[in-house]
Design a protein around this ligand. Structure first.
Ligand SMILES: Cc1cc2nc3c(=O)[nH]c(=O)nc-3n(C[C@H](O)[C@H](O)[C@H](O)COP(=O)(O)O)c2cc1C
Length: 192
């Protein structure tokens, strides 16, 4: 659990990006659709809803393809996640360049991972994968950009990870202090 001066919702407080997933505890179809619904109802610029999701479930070809596109450092742990979702956003639409496409995909995935937290699931977003391979194996059109892969599942055994990954898993979570990110009156003036 993270420490904050004032409390936040437990779904936010308890969320973190784990590397130890339980490979033997699948995510139910109902839970999976709940996560996708949470993403679907995110706000977006002009309600364009640029997000698209390619969903892999452990044992299926989509999961294998996403796993193969991951960087070695991510594949070593993320391959065990029961669900791997490739998150894609539409950069070019009917009205030209969609400048908020990345922002809006981020909002949708944010809702997805908070929803996951609310039902005991954990999610770990990754940028470390081959965008070219993902585009190729899923025939993603040029207007769409594959941005992240989200590993989702229940917590697994940390001891099953390598020592290096165990250390990262146990390391304290850190954040910039509020003074550094929230201002009033002028840039850099601390909010009181
Ligand atoms: C866009 C994005 C890309 C990320 N890429 C990776 C990644 O490739 N591999 C990884 O292990 N974690 C990745 N992360 C997870 C971050 O490292 C993690 O969210 C951050 O360290 C804060 O930890 P927390 O989510 O547990 O609070 C990524 C997160 C985001 C939002």
């Amino acid at each position: 659990m993270n420490k904050t001066k004032v409390g936040t919702h437990p779904f936010i407080e308890n969320r973190r990006s784990p590397r130890a997933f339980d490979p033997d505890r699948p995510v139910s179809s109902e839970a999976l659709f709940r996560l996708l619904e949470a993403a679907r109802w995110a706000p977006s610029a002009n309600n364009i809803q640029p997000w698209r999701f390619i969903v892999g479930q452990r044992g299926d070809l989509t999961h294998q393809k996403i796993t193969s596109a991951l960087s070695d450092g991510n594949r070593i742990w993320a391959a065990h996640a029961p669900v791997l979702i490739l998150a894609v956003t539409e950069e070019e639409g009917e009205r030209g360049t969609q400048r908020y496409a990345w922002h809006d995909l981020g909002l949708a995935t944010s809702q997805m991972i908070i929803q996951a937290s609310s039902i005991g699931l954990y999610a770990h977003i990754m940028a470390g994968f081959s965008k070219e391979e993902a585009r190729s194996v899923f025939s993603i059109p040029v207007e769409y950009a594959p941005l992240t892969v989200i590993a989702i599942g229940y917590l697994g055994d940390i001891e099953a990870l390598s020592e290096k990954l165990q250390a990262r898993e146990k390391a304290p979570r850190v954040r910039k202090p509020l003074e550094e990110i929230a201002f009033q009156n002028t840039w850099g003036e601390r909010l009181s």
